[in-house]
Design a protein around this ligand. Structure first.
Ligand SMILES: *Cc1c(COP(=O)(O)O)cnc(C)c1O
Length: 368
């Protein structure tokens, strides 16, 4: 069986370095917000090209804390509207609604699966205060258009970079393409810890300081609390492991791009729609997502041929029980995407034998 994602094999080449890094944490005697955490924040800010990086507990917290901080800063208020793509992973939307802000869903572009800038302005009202751009599946959203619209309407732009570590747009990396960006280091992400982790990157010092305090009980200074904060810190052990993984991220991304090129050049089955790439640098291939009319049949065919696949995502947020207030709204493009997408194996440790087999099996698939 070719697994969809084999994290054990993925982490195996770094095992000695990871063990060394954890030993250093154990022997340091400093287990929260120590040297490894500081070091990672500096390295990751340098990597993204931003002035600030704040480690937090996970990707959802990274996004949630950005909105909470804007509220503490008086930039956002209860009930303000935030534009967000309707086909994103639910976490992007939870970060908005958990702050008593109103997510306003917008249809994506059917080819890139990212926010369609031409659909944004129709959704802007006097209450709209921000846009969340999600770099879905690892490809950067159309930031030039999104930032232009935001500037015209005086809106904040927040990136959901949870799937797009290292993706480049107009010479800058994701994390540095808007006012603030949230990252996840969930183990399966392109930069994955061996547990939970997340970070915010930004060039806004006030925002960075506010997020840092909010994630630490609302405290800027020990035992002085400015805000009703939360406990959301990047774990010291995970930070140490991330320092190891970050050094290898560019090489992993390169390998993902080679595999994607191989898939794009060699899969040619008229029943399978391949992803559209705007620009090679702009995609880091967190997922390689194809579309097919009868997706369940394709998935079954792959499984019969010992290839695992996954669906990202089977149910759109507006059809989830959690957001039942949206159940009567229709988003045809989003619904079509959710009905047709299938993610085939994509990871830096896939072998040539595996990718060759995946291509051959996909080319053999008959829809009828
Ligand atoms: C993974 C993910 C998140 C949430 O990250 P966690 O670390 O799992 O909380 C948010 N947005 C997107 C698009 C994601 O893929």
């Amino acid at each position: 069986m070719i697994p969809f994602l084999d994290l054990k094999t993925l982490n195996a080449p770094y095992e000695q370095e990871l063990i060394q890094a954890s030993t250093e944490v154990i022997q340091s005697g400093w287990y929260i917000h120590g040297g490894a955490c500081q070091n990672f924040e500096k390295e990751f800010a340098d990597f993204c090209g931003t002035e600030h990086c704040i480690g937090v507990a996970n990707g959802l917290d990274a996004l949630t804390l950005i909105f909470s901080a804007y509220k503490e800063m008086g930039i956002l208020h209860d009930g303000d509207e935030v534009i967000v793509p309707a086909n994103t992973y639910i976490a992007s939307i939870l970060a908005i609604s958990q702050n008593d802000l109103k997510p306003v869903l917008v249809e994506p572009d059917i080819h890139t699966y990212n926010l369609d800038p031409s659909q944004i302005e129709a959704k802007i009202t006097s209450k709209t205060k921000a846009i969340m751009a999600v770099h879905l599946y690892g490809q950067t959203a159309n930031m030039q258009e999104i930032n232009k619209i935001a500037k015209k309407h005086n809106l904040k732009v927040i990136e959901d970079s949870a799937q797009a570590h290292g993706a480049m747009y107009d010479g800058k990396l994701s994390g540095n393409l808007a006012d603030a960006s949230g990252f996840s280091f969930y183990p399966g992400k392109n930069l994955g810890a061996l547990g939970d982790g997340g970070a915010v990157t930004t060039n806004d010092k006030v925002l960075a300081d506010t997020i840092r305090a909010l994630g630490n009980y609302g405290s800027h200074k020990k035992y002085e609390n400015l805000y009703k904060g939360v406990n959301s810190r990047l774990d010291e052990m995970q930070a140490a492991l991330l320092n190891v993984k970050l050094k290898h991220l560019d090489r992993d991304t390169q390998r993902r791009r080679e595999i994607a090129d191989f898939y794009l050049e060699n899969i040619n089955n008229k029943n399978i729609i391949l992803p559209r790439v705007e620009n090679k640098e702009s995609h880091v291939w967190h997922l390689f997502v194809v579309r097919a009319d009868n997706r369940e049949k394709l998935q079954k065919f792959l499984l019969e041929n010992e290839i695992q696949s996954m669906i990202h995502y089977p149910i759109p947020p507006h059809k989830q029980e959690a957001y039942k207030e949206w159940k009567d709204i229709s988003f045809p493009i989003t619904e079509k995407i959710h009905a047709e997408v299938l993610s085939i194996p994509m990871s830096p440790v896939l072998t040539e034998e595996q990718t060759t087999k995946i291509v051959a099996v996909l080319n053999r698939y008959e829809a009828n």
